[in-house]
Design a protein around this ligand. Sequence first.
Ligand code: 4AD
Ligand code: MG
Length: 480
Amino acid sequence: MEYKDVISLLEMPPSANDVAVRGWVRSFRSNRFIAINDGSTIKNVQCVIDFENFDEALIKRITVGSAVEVSGNLVESQGQGQKVEIKVSTVAVLGDANPEEVKLTILSPKRHSLETLREQAHLRIRTNTFGAVMRLRSKLSFAVHEYFQKNGYYYMNTPIITGSDAEGAGEMFRVSTLDPKNPPLSDDGSVDYGEDFFGKESNLTVSGQLAAETYAMGLSKVYTFGPTFRAENSNTSRHLAEFWMIEPEVAFCDLDGNMDLAEDFIKYVINYAITNCGDDLEFLEKRLFDEEKTKPQAERSELSLRDKLDFVVNNNFKRVSYTEAIDILKNSKPNKKKKFKYPIDAWGADLQSEHERFLVEKHFKCPVILFDYPADIKAFYMRLNEDEKTVRAMDVLFPGIGEIVGGSQREERYDVLKQKIADMGIDQKELWWYLELRKFGTAKHSGFGLGFERLVQFVSGMGNIRDVIPYPRSPKNAEF
Ligand code: 4AD
Ligand code: MG
């Protein structure tokens, strides 16, 4: 017999034909109604069993969490909430789940907090919430590829182990095969990485950008979508030590083109989710609504999850220079009333997430693209403006998330870049190849990085980034 996914089975007419399905038991009521979920959809298929006709020992093994295989007639459902159900003719338990032990896990029918689910990350995919989030994540990653492939971009893979610090921020995980207890030492007593596997210091990548730039200078339009690692000690709901980043890089493109690309791309993938993830978004919207009911009125969102997504897709992002933003922030109520943890008193201040969220959520009430930041607070590779104070940087800021995209027009002028690298105290020897790009057919080019988990967070309405990646990595946390 052909096995069907629950998702396709639920679309079939009640033909009374024989069907078969495999999945995990979500509930078994009155010894008669087995709800089976196989992860293909948030919906369960109801299987009605005449327990009187089955061996009692077998019926006892049909417990929450067990893996089962069921066959029977697909008939019109008598119950509410589904069109069809299976009238069971055979059932086999493929994998038992001891009910006593199930009681101690998140598989038990009672509601669990997201924190508890994180402690059992190997089982949490069996819950409605994580099933919905992870299906959404998968669809969104497909949409990312679809957008770029449809628009003439080539997908490239950048190295995961690298010798350079693409952001110049020093937040890297070291990669080494040296014996930490007895490393080879140089004459001055420091560790001799010349003896290490790569013959030099190496680390996990913080961004594929520099390598993507080299390929944009040959393929014109490229993008990466890969894992990225940051050893920043940020225990927040928006930071991971291991996350996935999407980085397009485009030759002959300036900052305006880059902003257009970011906005068009984000709208495309969100729209894809709206169109293709209806059932999961409906569930996640209700989950968010229930979660917000526990908060004080002032902290609740005015829009439902799907209204928020529609709003982003249907409205222009507001483009504001850093200088304008500082004026707005300086004169804002929370700044005057000393409500910001980091008060804004002068041009040049780095923006914290409280400031970004004020601009997006309170002031403009829509996604915002900030551009032309002070050179001093941004990375070495960003193109210097005529004022010699600001760089052609842009950040896309989202409600509830803060920064979702960071990008820039790149410094394509050899001398200016070389000077910048020197001024920032970065070792030029590490970047010889990057500088060389500016010697042979240099051209203006731009790109950005979008943190995939922040996107999934926004679309799913999940409050914590650790709940949108299967196995989150954060400070003091690499279980599973
Ligand atoms: O702003 P960032 O650091 O920019 C870059 O890495 C550039 N090289 C990108 C480029 O121009 N090609 O990071 C880009 C985005 C951020 O806007 C944020 O969405 C995400 O990556 N991000 C993180 N997401 C989760 N956890 C972290 N620790 C993150 N750090 C950055
Ligand atoms: Mg950034």
